[in-house]
Design a protein around this ligand. Structure first.
Ligand code: NAP
Length: 280
């Protein structure tokens, strides 16, 4: 197995290109032990970036992450998100404190605005900067920002410190290739692709299953390898089972051939014009 590839955030911090998502974890008590085991195995295998949010299970997902990383905090690059309704200066302080308590830690490495709401961006940047000064977060970023949102952000004082934009991206959701992805590359800003296997919905697609069979791989691995082949992209599949974690880790070692890529382009055509940013 090769080492997990890393990329550098604009601040110079290196993070693994393959991390672990946690949306919909902690929803079923019967799955809890498996979910914690999956996250811990992920850390063992080098998938040390963990993505969560105060929204997930109204904090239950953060609490599960806190349990999974207990005693291993320093191995983890921890990402969480603040709701737009908490993106004002005072509310963000309280929301971050609550997340830290649930995560059982004193710092979040990267804190994202989950999506854009009514709070002026300048106020949210201000709140993030205060949280950095207090040592509660290391870096800040955004999620579900379209190119116009990104341009607005970059024009604000302090806006250039954004560390990433986390957006929906997979074979069935290629809209960002037209504008957002090249634009982020131009600014050397990594994109964090969420729902990289479309929450499992794309896994029975005949093109994916055929390419998977040729590689002796699974359709999920083909979908992940396709996202991961691109420069400047991090991805965070969610896996609540150890078998899926092993599968996903192995996707990093899979090389898609030009013929595979051409076939995938025919089955999942790239965008030819701008499309509104999709969200899940
Ligand atoms: P996803 O990662 O595309 O898919 C997760 C689903 O795929 C789960 O049902 C999982 O099953 C299954 N799976 C994982 N690995 C598999 C494998 N190797 N083979 C077969 N099935 C596999 O969807 P997602 O959870 O929506 O997205 C990933 C993460 O991105 C989230 O968990 C969250 O952290 C983040 N996210 C962010 C936003 C945002 O607005 N910023 C929105 C959506 C998601 P098991 O759990 O049973 O293993």
């Amino acid at each position: 197995m090769t080492k997990v590839r890393t990329l550098k955030l604009p601040s110079g911090v290196a993070v693994p290109v393959l991390g672990q998502g946690t949306w919909m974890m902690a929803e079923d008590p019967a799955k809890r032990a498996d979910e914690i085991a999956a996250l811990r195995l992920g850390l063992d295998l080098g998938l040390t970036l963990i993505d969560t949010a105060e929204m997930y299970g109204e904090g239950a997902s953060e609490a599960l992450v806190g349990e999974a990383i207990a005693g291993r905090r320093d191995e983890v690059f921890l990402v969480s998100k603040v709701l737009p309704s908490h993106a004002g200066r005072r509310a963000a302080m309280g929301a971050c404190e609550a997340s830290l308590r649930r995560l059982r830690t004193d710092r979040i490495d990267l804190y994202l605005l989950h999506w854009r709401g009514g709070t002026p961006l300048a106020e949210t940047i201000d709140a993030f900067e205060a949280l950095i000064r207090d040592g509660k977060i290391g870096l800040w970023g955004v999620s579900n920002f379209d190119p116009a949102d990104m341009a607005e952000l970059a024009a604000l004082p302090g806006g250039q410190a954004v560390a990433t934009n986390q957006v929906l991206y997979n074979l069935t959701r290629r809209g960002i290739e037209f504008d957002l992805l090249p634009e982020c590359r131009r600014h050397v800003l990594p994109v964090m692709a969420y729902s990289p296997i479309e929450q499992g919905r794309m896994l029975r697609h005949p093109t994916l299953t055929a390419i998977a069979a040729r590689h002796g791989a699974t359709p999920a691995q083909i979908g992940l390898a396709w996202v991961l082949r691109q420069e400047g992209v991090i991805t965070i599949p969610k896996a609540g089972r150890v078998a899926h974690i092993r599968d996903n880790r192995a996707a990093l070692d899979l090389r898609l051939e030009p013929a595979d890529l051409a076939e995938l382009d025919r089955a999942f055509p790239p965008p030819r014009s701008p499309r509104p940013l999709e969200m899940l």
